[in-house]
Design a protein around this ligand. Structure first.
Ligand code: C5P
Length: 234
């Protein structure tokens, strides 16, 4: 790989803890993910501060709303100069194409780089029973496939998926679509609360473009060496 595919989630509640991780790891990883907890606590300022170090940012706020509202949020994220952001594919075709168009338009108008708008299919916290209960018939795999195809034909250039879905999606959708995958554990590490994991090398082999890897790096005695060992394993 000619780029560093590791994205470290800043799964911490506040600015100081986040910036400590960024300063420590920025030279050894490809990007940092900012999710709802940190964003709600520290606001857009934390995105600007991480970007100001030169690090790439994945803004994982999983937007899901009417197309006009999501488009506005995507424009704002594009002005913050994030490199990736997430929306829920279950928001439908119009919402997804509004999001992608908003990113493209705003990046042209504001001369910021174009962020990769990623579709989230079915949350891995939901199984077939859970999706049936909210009115979706069929099993999780069929629903993941359906939403991934819809995302791709709505113009999205990337998807978030579990390691177990990489092969399926690589068989079903264009190779152009980037896949970002959490649930990654190096062979030697504790799987914690993750249930179905792959090693970094297995996930890349299966077709993942980016790997979200948190605790195996952030909780290691030496996070920098842990990140380097993962890059070397690829
Ligand atoms: O520490 P760990 O490597 O498990 O962190 C994985 C990150 O990816 C966390 O931020 C978690 O919320 C996120 N994530 C996940 N599984 C999903 C979607 C997101 O682990 N299906």
């Amino acid at each position: 790989m000619d780029y560093n595919p590791i994205i470290v989630p800043l799964d911490v509640p506040d600015r100081d803890a986040a910036m400590a991780l960024v300063e420590r790891l920025t030279a050894s990883v490809g990007a940092f993910k900012i999710g709802k907890e940190l964003f709600v606590n520290a606001g857009p300022a934390i995105v600007r501060e991480v970007r100001a170090t030169g690090a790439d940012v994945f803004l994982d706020l999983k937007f899901h709303d009417i197309p006009n509202t999501v488009a506005g949020a995507v424009r704002a994220a594009t002005r913050l100069d994030v490199q990736m952001l997430t929306i829920h594919s279950s928001g439908g075709r119009d919402m997804m194409s509004a999001a992608e168009n908003a990113a493209q338009e705003e990046s042209r108008n504001s001369e910021q780089s174009l962020p990769l708008v990623l579709g989230v299919t079915v949350l891995t916290s939901m199984d077939t029973g859970d999706i049936n209960e909210v009115g979706v018939d069929g099993d999780v795999t069929a629903q993941v496939k359906r939403l991934a195809k819809l995302a791709s034909t709505s113009g999205l250039r990337g998807l978030v998926c579990s390691p177990m879905e990489i092969e399926l999606l690589r068989a079903e959708i264009s190779r152009e679509v980037k896949l970002v995958t959490p649930g990654i554990r190096p062979a030697s590490s504790d799987i914690q609360d993750q249930k179905r994991v792959m090693t970094p090398a297995q996930a890349v082999q299966a077709g993942a473009d980016w790997l979200v890897i948190g605790r195996p790096i952030t909780l290691a005695d030496d996070p920098v060496s842990a990140a380097k060992a993962i890059v070397d394993s690829l």
